[in-house]
Design a protein around this ligand. Structure first.
Ligand code: ADP
Ligand code: MG
Length: 402
C-alpha cells in the first residue's frame, strides 16, 4: 500500500480549459479520502492523472515515494473503478475477475508454455494462484454464487460489485473510485456505501473516491477534499469541514438541508453589534427588515474584520437545525429572535423542514416531530441559535471570518 502525493499539479486540456489548477494534496497510506465538489470541478481529471490515464500539464505526482509523472498507467500499481461498470458482456463473472490478472502477459506466456513443459507446470501454479485470488475477492464482495453468470444476468448492484472485484483481485497499492455508486438506485447506494467502508477496513488499502454527492462524501471519507473550479477549497475530516467550513461555498455545499447563508452587514455599536440582511423592499416597516443582535463571539469577529469601520459587509451562516419556531418568549446568550412568515412546510414523518422568510432573508429551519400544528402563510417568531453560526466575508472568496 502507498501514500499518494500531488505537488502543484495542473491540467490544461487542449483548447485551454484549466480543469485542475496547481493542487497540492497528500493522501496518507491506508486512508480513505473523498474528493467532492460540483460537476465539472476537476475531480475525475485529478483521479485520472493519479491513475496515469491523463497526462499532467505541470507538477509532480508520486505514489509510494516514487515520482510517477512518466510512469505508464499499467506500471503504477493502481486499480480504478468507474461509474459505468465496464464489464465484458460475453465473459462470465469469473472470467471478468480473471481478466485483469491475465491481461499483462497472456500472449508471451501462452507461446512459452507451448514450447516448454517446465514453464507450463509453473503456469499451472500461477493459474491456481489466480483462481485463489478470484475466490478471495468474490468472497469479500459476497458474489461467490454468481461466478458462472454473465453480466446481463446480474442486477446493477451485483455488476458494480464485480467491477469492484476486478480492482480487488489485483491487490493494488491504491484504489481509485470515480463515482462508482452514481448509477445505483438510492437504496442500493446506501448499502454499497457501508460495503465500501467495510472493504476499506478489510483490505487496508489507500482509497481515493470521487463523488459529487456531499452526503456520500461525509459518510464515506476519513478525510474530505472539497473542490471547486479546479482548486481545493478545503481539506479535513468530515466533522472539521462541517463545523468549521473555510468559506461560504464549502459551508453551503456540505450539509443537508444546506446552511442558510444570509447576505447583509454587521453594524457595530459601542458595545453591541447587529446583523442586518440586505435586499428586500425599501420600506421601513419592521417586517421588511431582518435584523438580529449578535452574541459577543460574532461581534468580536466582526470587530476584527471591521478595523476602524462601523459596518462590515458579511454573510451570516446558520445551519437549519439552529433555527426553530418558538411560541414562548425565549432568551439565551446566543439566541436571536426574529419574526418570520412560514412559506412552506415539508413533512418527512420524523422531522419537518420549514421554509421561512424574514424580511429580505429566506431561511430554512429543520425541526423534529411531525409538524402537524404548523400552517403555511402563518407568521411565526423564530429563535436562531447563533452559538455555532459563522460570518463570511461578502466577496468572491467568501472566507470565514475568525
Ligand atoms: P468532474 O469530474 O469534477 O465533474 P472533470 O474533471 O470531468 O470534472 O472536468 C473538469 C473540467 O475539465 C470541466 O470543465 C470539463 O468540461 C473539462 N474537461 C474534462 N475532460 C475534458 C477533455 N477531455 N477535454 C477538454 N475538457 C475537458
Ligand atoms: Mg467526473
Amino acid at each position: 500500500m502507498a501514500e499518494v502525493r500531488l505537488e502543484a499539479v495542473s491540467k490544461i486540456y487542449p483548447g485551454g480549459v484549466r480543469a485542475v489548477d496547481a493542487i497540492d494534496l497528500s493522501i496518507a497510506d491506508g486512508s480513505f479520502v473523498v474528493l467532492v465538489g460540483p460537476s465539472g470541478c476537476g475531480k475525475s481529471t485529478t483521479l485520472r492523472m493519479i491513475a496515469g490515464l491523463e497526462e499532467i500539464s505541470s507538477g509532480t505526482i508520486s505514489i509510494g515515494g516514487r515520482t510517477v509523472n512518466d510512469v505508464p498507467a499499467r506500471d503504477r500499481d493502481i486499480a480504478m473503478v468507474f461509474q459505468s461498470y465496464a464489464l465484458y458482456p460475453h465473459l462470465s463473472v469469473r472470467q471478468n475477475l480473471e481478466f485483469p490478472l491475465l491481461r499483462r502477459r497472456r500472449h508471451a506466456s501462452l507461446l512459452r508454455s507451448l514450447v516448454s513443459p517446465a514453464y507450463a507446470k509453473a503456469r499451472r501454479a500461477e493459474i491456481a494462484a489466480m483462481a485463489a485470488r478470484v475466490e478471495a475477492a468474490a468472497k469479500t464482495l459476497e458474489i461467490e454464487t454468481l461466478l458462472a453468470r454473465k453480466p446481463k444476468e446480474l442486477s446493477g448492484g451485483q455488476r458494480q460489485r464485480v467491477a469492484l472485484g476486478r480492482a480487488l483481485v489485483r491487490d493494488p497499492a491504491v484504489f481509485l473510485l470515480d463515482e462508482p455508486l452514481s448509477n445505483l438506485d438510492a437504496r442500493l447506494r446506501l448499502e454499497m456505501r457501508a460495503e465500501l467502508r467495510m472493504l476499506h477496513r478489510r483490505t487496508g488499502g489507500t482509497m481515493v473516491h470521487v463523488t459529487h454527492d456531499q452526503e456520500e462524501a461525509m459518510t464515506l471519507g476519513d478525510r474530505l477534499v472539497v473542490m471547486k473550479d479546479g482548486v481545493i477549497r478545503q481539506e479535513g475530516t468530515p466533522i472539521e469541514i462541517y463545523e468549521q467550513p473555510a468559506d461560504a461555498f464549502v459551508a453551503g455545499f456540505i450539509g443537508t438541508p444546506a446552511m442558510n447563508l444570509i447576505d447583509g452587514e454587521v453594524r457595530l455599536g459601542d458595545d453591541s453589534a447587529s446583523f442586518v440582511a440586505v435586499g428586500g423592499s425599501s420600506g421601513t416597516a419592521a417586517a421588511d427588515t431582518f435584523s438580529i443582535a449578535l452574541p459577543d463571539r460574532l461581534a468580536q469577529i466582526a470587530r476584527r474584520a471591521a478595523g476602524t469601520a462601523r459596518t462590515v459587509p458579511a454573510t451570516l451562516g446558520v445551519r437549519p437545525d439552529a433555527v426553530k419556531p418558538t411560541t414562548a418568549p425565549t432568551t439565551g446568550a446566543s439566541l436571536a429572535i426574529a419574526s418570520a412568515t412560514l412559506e412552506a412546510v415539508e413533512r418527512y414523518g420524523d422531522r419537518v423542514d420549514l421554509v421561512l422568510t424574514a424580511g429580505a432573508a429566506r431561511i430554512v429551519s429543520r425541526c423534529e416531530g411531525t409538524g402537524t400544528e404548523l400552517r403555511e402563510r402563518a407568521t411565526a417568531a423564530i429563535a436562531i441559535d447563533l452559538s455555532k453560526a459563522h460570518l463570511f466575508a461578502r466577496d468572491a472568496a467568501g472566507r470565514r471570518l475568525s
